[in-house]
Design a protein around this ligand. Structure first.
Ligand code: AMP
Ligand code: GLY
Length: 426
């Protein structure tokens, strides 16, 4: 098969690595890709926002399947446009991608299909939103409705913070994404992520994986796209797993089908384990980054038939197998991230780092120049490792990190600490 992968981050490097291992693969391209992805795929300088150009490329190269990594092209309807041109693509159609593209859409779906979530209201003006916030009091959560690169959520612990968030969003801090605002009940409990592969009708859960959103150790500092991840997580017990499937994932898939907008792709649920049971606080419509990296390391099955089964509505008869080993990924980012950072610094020692047992290094934001690897983004490298336990995987990942010479980079030193603590207690 000829496959085209869209995206350029660590998630896409992990996907490229896994797709490249499939005996079904003839040729893999990635647009636009990065210096690490270039080891697995031929990188092509296609503008992913130009759907006609992507379609032309697929036709000219007899592409059998397109795999879409990030949410932006999904929300822009690339899967619909590819389908209209007769090209199979893994990922949700535009209407189904609203599960991530509009927080209000997801809240309304939850209320229509009785999916447990926090109480909420949708607003299109600051005056009514402020009145509601004042009536509810803090803590409360203020969310820009649309895609805001992970920055559109303010968990306000005081009324003042909530009022400021409402004002900021309606003043255009997130552009059109904040023209509508959702105000949501603050949910307290342990936050977990849950991933399921969906074919429009059926869903099968992926292995559990958890990221670390804050930039510094001990979960301090601002939110990021994710500074590391581990799999499996001790907090998704079989009971929690079954509750999330039965009360959240399957009703969502059934609801989307009933509405005539079936969801096909990876559904990524942000779930709070509250005293009243699991409650959904958000959906994403793609693999998490960096959660995908640990999932790909642990997936034993060939991923290409899984993508095809999801596209063809055949997951009912499908099964995914996983290695029992644990996986950890540590994100190395450019100093300054998630704020301003420099591009272009030189990274050395990658080959030595990759020699550590069980280690695999995925590139998230790199470029190659004259044989050297240069930093080319905020999140730059994903140093991943497998081990018999999370503790062993973590030790191997940091051993590899310590072999990388990159003075302009930094990482958290405590990735997977929750699972390591849980293993100590065993
Ligand atoms: P997001 O940018 O949508 O991933 O949300 C950022 C973070 O806000 C999440 O990871 C949660 O920790 C938190 N969050 C979102 N909604 C709620 C809620 N209703 N209650 C408490 N925390 C929330
Ligand atoms: N790791 C969080 C995300 O992919 O949105």
């Amino acid at each position: 098969m000829n496959i085209l992968l869209l995206g350029s981050g660590g998630r896409e490097h992990a996907l490229a690595w896994k797709i490249a291992a499939s005996p079904l693969l003839t040729k893999l391209w990635c647009a636009p890709g990065n210096a690490g992805i270039a080891r697995e795929a031929e990188c092509v300088a296609l503008d992913v926002g130009n759907h006609a150009a992507v379609i032309d490329f697929c036709k000219a190269n007899a592409v059998d399947l397109v795999v879409v990594g990030p949410e932006t092209p999904l929300a822009a309807g690339i899967v619909d446009d590819l389908a209209a041109a007769g090209i199979k693509a893994f990922g949700p159609a535009k209407k189904a991608a609203q599960l991530e593209g509009s927080k209000g859409f997801t809240k309304d779906l939850c209320s229509e299909f009785n999916i447990p979530t926090g109480a909420y209201r949708r607003f299109d003006n600051a005056k009514d939103a402020l009145a509601y916030v004042r009536a509810q009091g803090a803590p409360i959560v203020v969310k820009a409705d649309g895609l805001a690169a992970g920055k559109g959520v303010v968990v306000a612990m005081t009324l003042k913070q909530a009022e400021d968030a409402v004002a900021m969003m309606f003043e255009g801090a997130f552009g059109a994404a904040g023209a509508e605002v959702v105000i949501e009940e603050f949910l307290s409990g342990r936050e977990i992520s849950f991933f399921a592969l969906c074919d429009g009708e059926t869903a099968i859960a992926l292995a559990s994986a958890q990221d670390h959103k804050r930039v510094f150790d001990h979960d301090e500092g601002p939110n990021t796209g994710g500074m590391g991840a581990y799999s499996p997580t001790p907090f998704v017990t079989p009971e929690v797993h079954d509750q999330i499937m039965a009360r959240i994932i399957l009703p969502t898939v059934a609801g989307m089908k009933a509405r005539g907008t079936p969801f096909q792709g990876v559904l990524y649920a942000g779930v709070m384990l509250t005293a009243q049971g699991p409650k959904l606080f958000e959906y994403n419509v793609r693999f998490g980054d960096p959660e995908c990296q640990v999932l790909m390391l642990r997936m034993m099955s060939d991923i290409v038939p899984a993508f095809l089964a999801a596209c063809d509505g055949q997951l009912k008869n499908f099964d995914l197998r996983w290695y029992p080993d644990a996986a950890v990924t540590v994100v190395m980012a450019a100093k300054g991230y998630p704020g301003d950072y420099r591009k272009g610094s030189r990274i050395e020692g990658l080959d030595e780092a990759a020699k550590v047992d069980g280690v695999e290094i995925f590139h998230a934001g790199t470029a190659a120049k004259d044989g050297a690897i240069l930093a080319n983004g905020g999140r730059v490298l994903n140093v991943c490792a497998l081990g018999r336990t999370v503790t062993e995987a973590q030790a191997r990942a940091y051993q590899a990190v310590d072999r990388i010479e990159w003075p302009d980079g930094f990482c958290r030193r405590d990735i997977a600490w929750q699972a390591v603590e849980a293993e100590k207690g065993r």
